[in-house]
Design a protein around this ligand. Structure first.
Ligand SMILES: [Cu+2]
Length: 287
């Protein structure tokens, strides 16, 4: 308990508490503030109700405890309509309040205003890496699935091996520009997740998902697949770099200079090109 208390107290900076211990200290996108407010609001509401319920339980135990020389059963209640209505409707109201704020926040996050889009990026998830198409610049970038022969079966060593292969793709975004992401999958379900953005969305075969976000803080962030998608799901990593507009333009020029022009389109989907060695070999490993 002492260890737990120390761990808790040490992470109790006012900012960390105010943000409900969410993974970032700043508003990395235009949406993180609303998400943090929903999260901390839900926590606070749950805590207040928890304290109330714990208080009532303790109060009942103390006030209605069995006393000396008291050998009679207390009044037995059954089919007590007011009480039953109370414990039916109060939880419904609580769930309703949480539902209302969740839907309101979610709607504001998932709403897409195409007029505001500055940049269109298409993301393909696949076993087990990512393809990024910068549609407006007609350049692309891609990661390679881990070279499985060169990876230790020990999970920690395996991850280190994968990083050392330097095949993790990097998604570069210009700060302050509104990006519209189009998400697709080449094989099974994956989930496009940038933890620091406090948001993730599935990539689903045969379906297109989209969301819009404006990164606000320059920096390097981790990206992850958040949907268990097969044996090497854990290696389905990417980096995100939020940079100035000039650096972004330079990166687009670099990709074009490297010959990575056009789009990595649907041709690389597994169903369409099963003979493609990069995507076809793991046919039996659907997750
Ligand atoms: Cu995945």
């Amino acid at each position: 308990m002492a260890a737990a208390a120390i761990a808790l107290i040490s992470s109790c900076s006012p900012e960390a508490v105010g943000r409900g211990w969410m993974p970032t200290g700043e508003n990395t996108t235009d949406e993180t503030d609303a998400i943090v407010r929903l999260w901390t609001g839900s926590w606070l509401a749950a805590l207040i109700i928890g304290v109330l319920v714990w208080g009532l339980i303790i109060w009942c135990v103390i006030v209605y405890r069995k006393r000396k020389d008291d050998h009679q059963l207390p009044v037995q209640l059954r089919y007590h309509l007011p009480l039953e209505l109370l414990y039916t409707f109060i939880p419904i109201i609580m769930v309703g309040v949480l539902f209302f704020y969740t839907v309101r926040t979610q709607d504001s996050i998932t709403e897409i205003d195409r007029d505001e889009t500055d940049l269109n990026i298409q993301v393909y998830g696949r076993q087990w890496s990512w393809d990024f198409n910068y549609l407006d610049y007609q350049v692309w970038d891609t990661g390679q699935p881990a070279d499985l022969n060169d990876i230790s079966s020990d999970p920690d060593e395996g991850l280190a091996d994968y990083w050392s292969q330097d095949q993790v793709p990097t998604l570069v975004l210009p700060v302050g520009q509104t990006v519209e992401f189009t998400l697709n999958s080449r094989d099974v379900m994956h989930s496009f997740w940038i933890p620091a953005f406090l948001y993730k969305l599935d990539t689903i075969p045969g379906r297109t998902n989209a969301f819009q976000v404006t990164p606000q803080v320059e920096g390097t962030y981790y990206g992850r697949c958040a949907e268990l998608c097969g044996e090497y799901h854990a290696y389905m990593l990417f980096n995100v770099e939020v940079v100035s507009q000039a650096e972004f333009e330079q990166h687009m020029a670099d990709l074009a200079a490297a010959g990575q022009t056009g789009e990595l389109g649907e041709d690389y989907n597994r169903d369409v090109a099963p003979e493609n060695p990069q995507f076809g070999e793991e046919e039996d490993q659907n997750g």
